[in-house]
Ligand binder design. Structure first.
Ligand SMILES: O=C(CO)COP(=O)(O)O
Length: 243
């Protein structure tokens, strides 16, 4: 069975004062038997080390060290206490022009540093309306996921770009179609493709989490806005525990 993962992507949010939310989350979910992954900004990774949660970065460089002002390497993330890193998020693809090839190179750097790569894929609204969603998914999977991926070092997050931060959620049929397609492609390509965790992301909330987690091949969620407070994230974690 793929591992269940409730992941929070804090994006460019979070101050020292935000860490109180993790203490509240620990009170409720400190001994959860699913993985709870928090991806704070780089500045808070070390400060999260004492929490019982898995910690992840939101990006890394392809190199482990060197003259790359402003960048962070996978080795640095691991050194700071992270065990995961988000890669290829649509905001990085859009804001920083990240290509599939770059995401694959970053994923390999993550593996080399012993991190688990959460590789994000997903279509834009135009692509969905053009009927090219599954083509886009195929291209991103083929280009962004290295040949060295396996169920231990890789998690795939399907995040339709049009559902991120918009309150618009695909129908469960739409999620089911993409997740079944991704599972098939992973099974075709990797010996342990059946075991890779597949997360859904995009406007997940406490009120819609249970129905999303009931969709076949949805093994968890990558949550943005609703991961920023314990009050909003806790019901999502509970729904995944119950799924
Ligand atoms: O981009 C996301 C997580 O990576 C989803 O963000 P929202 O949950 O805020 O829509």
């Amino acid at each position: 069975m793929p591992r269940k993962i409730a992941a929070g992507n804090w994006k460019m949010n979070g101050m020292q004062s935000t860490l109180i939310e993790l203490e509240k989350l620990e009170d409720k979910h400190g001994d959860a038997d699913i993985a709870i992954l928090i991806c704070p900004p780089f500045t808070l990774i070390s400060a999260c080390e004492d929490t019982p949660f898995d910690i992840g970065g939101q990006d890394c460089h392809t190199a482990q060290a060197g003259a790359h002002t402003g960048d962070i390497s996978a080795e640095m993330l691991a050194d700071a206490g992270a065990s995961y890193v988000l890669l290829g998020h649509s905001e990085r693809r859009t804001d920083h022009g990240e290509t599939d090839a770059l995401v694959a190179a970053k994923s390999q750097a993550a593996y080399d540093a012993g991190l688990i790569a959460v590789i994000c894929i997903g279509e834009t609204l135009d692509e969905r309306e053009n009927g090219t969603t599954l083509d886009v998914i195929d291209r991103q999977l083929a280009g962004s996921v290295p040949a060295t991926a396996d169920a231990l070092n890789t998690v795939i997050a399907y995040e339709p770009v049009w559902a991120i931060g918009t309150g618009k959620v695909p129908t469960t049929d739409q999620i089911a179609e993409v997740h079944a397609h991704v599972r098939k492609r992973l099974q075709d390509r990797f010996a342990d493709g059946t075991e890779m965790s597949l997360l859904y992301g995009g406007s997940v909330k406490g009120s819609n989490a249970a129905e999303i987690f009931a969709v076949p091949h949805v093994n968890g969620a990558l949550v943005g806005g609703a991961s920023l407070t314990a009050e909003a994230f806790s019901p999502i974690i509970s729904a995944l525990e119950d799924a």
